[in-house]
Design a protein around this ligand. Structure first.
Ligand SMILES: [Zn+2]
Length: 302
């Protein structure tokens, strides 16, 4: 398996020092950044499309502020280049800046060199927008798979210190079904990284994630909070992930097959209520703040 021989688990270094165990993450992209879809517009046409990310992301920052929460904002490099003011707004409101690649391409469809260049470009654009260092990365579609054994090394080479791209369950765009559930360190020839797998819960021999995307929108809140408590009781941090478009029920719809359409657009009008309830129930922080509290702060240099 991809990571087994190179990892060191981070045992509950976390809550024992009184840190909040909940991490809020936003993948900052627009309504048309839908992966693996023939009808999705390509990079060359993005600049000409009507954007909704500014309005939606600023609304999300308001939600976080009302709750006194801090988040890690994984900016798409393209968004940071087109709307540098959004990067600065996130930083000014106390959130961590991180990278969601530049062009939103699935990792396993790139060569190692293409991946490296995209990850490096994204880091530079985001850092230039705010004048602050970027330490974290999240791959589009959590597309770290058995097909990308070079992933961590290339990421370290591109100057990143931690990652949250591993989806430790089966999934359309990636996933490693037998990967560790909790955070771990991983050594590569280019340096060491900390990996934060997305939060999943083992249920009847399968692993379920209810803490982001279509899962968060589809499942009822009582089930989500019950599962969140189970993650926290296991000593792992709870990692929530959302996109600005998920609080925008009026966004344009891209043509797609019915099953995909359901997953993409189900219950958009309900996301804000669920986020408010979760923000009210838990104290959310960024990855960097979590690491700081756990004594794990990577040495950020830029
Ligand atoms: Zn994305």
């Amino acid at each position: 398996m991809l990571v087994a021989e190179r990892l060191t688990p981070l045992t509950n270094g976390t809550s024992s020092r009184g840190a909040s165990a909940c991490i809020f993450t936003v993948d900052v992209e627009d309504w048309f950044h839908i992966l693996d879809l023939r009808t999705a517009p390509d990079l060359a046409s993005w600049d000409a499309l009507p954007s909704r990310v500014e309005t939606n992301f600023l609304r999300m920052l308001d939600l976080l502020e009302e709750a006194g929460a801090r988040a890690t904002c994984f900016f798409l490099g393209w968004v940071a280049r087109r709307f540098p003011g959004l990067v600065r707004a996130a930083a000014a409101r106390g959130h961590e800046l991180a990278s969601h690649s530049y062009a939103h391409r699935l990792v396993y469809l790139m060569t190692p060199e293409e991946f490296y260049r995209d990850a490096l470009q994204a880091r530079h654009v985001i850092e230039d927008a705010a004048g602050l260092p970027v330490a974290g990365y999240r791959a589009p579609g959590f597309s770290l798979t058995e097909r990308t054994p070079w992933f961590f090394e290339k990421l370290a080479e591109a100057g990143y210190l931690y990652d949250s791209s591993l989806f430790p369950a089966r999934r359309n765009h990636g996933g490693l079904a037998d990967a560790p559930l909790g955070p771990f360190r991983i050594k590569t020839a280019a340096g060491e990284l900390i990996e934060f797998p997305i939060s999943v819960i083992p249920v009847c021999g399968t692993r379920l994630c209810l803490f982001g995307g279509g899962y968060l929108r589809l499942f009822p809140l009582p089930l989500i909070t019950h599962m969140a408590d189970r993650v926290l009781a296991s000593g792992r941090p709870l990692i929530l992930y959302v996109h600005p478009r998920e609080i925008d029920s009026a966004q344009p719809r891209l043509p797609m097959p019915p099953a995909r359409r359901f997953r993409c657009y189900v219950k958009l009008g309900d996301t804000e209520r669920k986020l408010r309830a979760l923000l009210d129930r838990h104290r959310f922080v960024s990855f960097l703040a979590w690491m700081e509290h756990a004594g794990l702060t990577p040495a950020v240099t830029s």
